[in-house]
Design a protein around this ligand. Structure first.
Ligand SMILES: *Cc1c(COP(=O)(O)O)cnc(C)c1O
Length: 408
């Protein structure tokens, strides 16, 4: 490994064999300028200059490599792309303006009219809307199936199926999709498996190494980790990413250099943070599980979780998001949330700050009652993204919630 680190401390992305992800997260994808800055530079420029007309022509024709315009490439964005690709074990990454832009770019680049997507029912609410309302307009159909019911996936995959799409663990009730089994199913039908790896991040789960073809991220969540920027990224093979990049360059939902720089800094502490988030979330899940005022707790790190073994096989940590059903209904859930002192009521997750939401009336409020019931989103369900405050202080705050709901 010592040999693969250059004198300037950057690891060439082509030479990562035997290098741990903790090191890749800090050292991969660094391109220094002549100033030899230690921390990665931000290039806040919309375009790049050419020395003469012939050079400009060569760049535009693709004959010579190099930057032209920041909708196409930008050095700071490129550093982020190289680093996250290396962390996920993919050949190439394409950074996007948001997580939804990553999903949009993947779908528009790789699907055409008449194609079908088989999608887990338990995906981010906006992903649902995107497939049902917008992809449908362009003649791409989506079949929704239960994440954990393999037979439903098998039945839904048809001749026109081009993509299988899932999140694992799912939001908010932490179900696990079997990445290996679903990638084999996809490949038997010449389809691609796309995994939204937002909840685990490559620090805890690397879907491409389990057989998935594409990983998408909302970088807004754990990759940033401190709730500052909106961004996304798509990772996969050179061939697939060339198509995704082609769409991005033509349509424009690119990542800004400033945001790319914030995400680069986020990646440096990602492995450390994910370990800490996982430890704290397990402690909180066990504490909630021991309470009479809690009906059930959903967290893959609990040995009582029906897919605990599968989670252990494909993840090397359980992550920071959990949910639980409080005794009672919407009233108790809202009173619980309103009784908290510091845990933030906000839609973001994956932040150093603990956050809490009532999915039935916020993130999943647009779903029909039937869809909510199928996804386990009851009125007494509360989701917590466990942050990095002290576990004892988080418990004290949650205890205030139980008191406020009249359940302590
Ligand atoms: C937030 C989120 C998205 C969308 O990402 P944005 O950055 O908000 O566009 C997609 N998938 C999951 C699982 C998310 O949590």
């Amino acid at each position: 490994m010592a040999n693969s680190i250059k004198k300037d401390g950057a690891i060439p992305v082509a030479n990562l064999e035997g290098v741990d992800i903790d090191t890749i997260a800090i050292r991969a994808g660094i391109h220094r300028t002549h100033e030899l800055e230690h921390s990665e530079a931000i290039f806040p420029t919309s375009s790049f200059v050419f020395n003469n007309a012939a050079e400009a022509a060569a760049r535009f024709s693709g004959e010579s490599k190099g930057n032209i315009y920041s909708r196409f490439t930008n050095p700071t964005v490129q550093m982020f792309e190289e680093r996250i690709a290396a962390m996920e074990g993919g050949e190439r990454a394409v950074a996007t303006a948001s997580g939804m832009a990553a999903i949009l770019s993947t779908c528009v680049a790789l699907l055409k009219q008449g194609d079908n997507v088989v999608c887990s029912r338990s995906v981010f609410g906006t992903t649902n809307v995107f497939f049902e309302k917008y992809m449908a307009k362009f003649g791409v159909t989506t079949t929704f199936v239960d994440l954990t019911d393999f037979a439903q996936w098998q039945e839904a995959v048809g001749q026109n199926t081009r993509l299988l799409f899932l999140e694992t663990p799912s939001n908010p009730v932490c179900e696990i999709g079997d990445i290996k089994a679903l990638s084999e199913l996809a490949h038997r039908h010449d389809a691609l498996l796309v995994v939204d790896n937002c909840f685990c991040t490559p620090a805890l789960q690397r879907p491409l190494l389990l057989g998935a073809d594409i990983v998408v991220h909302s970088a807004t969540k754990y990759l940033d980790g401190q709730g500052r920027c909106v961004g996304g990224v798509v990772v996969g093979s050179n061939v697939l990413m060339e198509d995704v990049y082609g769409f991005l360059r033509s349509a424009g939902p690119t990542m800004s250099p400033f945001n790319a720089w914030v995400f680069l800094k986020g990646l440096e502490t990602l492995c450390l943070r994910m370990k800490a988030h996982s430890e704290s979330a397990l402690a909180i899940a066990e504490w909630l599980d021991s309470k009479d005022s809690v009906e059930s707790v959903f967290y893959t790190g609990l040995k009582t979780h029906p897919q605990y073994e599968l989670a252990r096989q494909q993840q090397n940590g359980f992550g920071g998001v959990l949910s639980f059903r409080i005794k009672g209904g919407k009233d108790e859930a809202w009173k619980f949330i309103d009784g908290l002192q510091f845990i933030s009521i906000t839609a973001n997750l994956g932040d150093t700050k603990s956050t809490i939401t009532h999915p039935a009336t916020t993130t999943h409020g647009r779903l029909s009652d039937e869809a909510k019931a199928r996804s386990g989103i009851t009125d007494n369900l509360i989701r917590i993204s466990v942050g990095l405050e002290s576990v004892e202080d988080i418990k004290k705050d949650l205890q205030l919630g139980f008191m406020s709901a009249g359940l302590a």
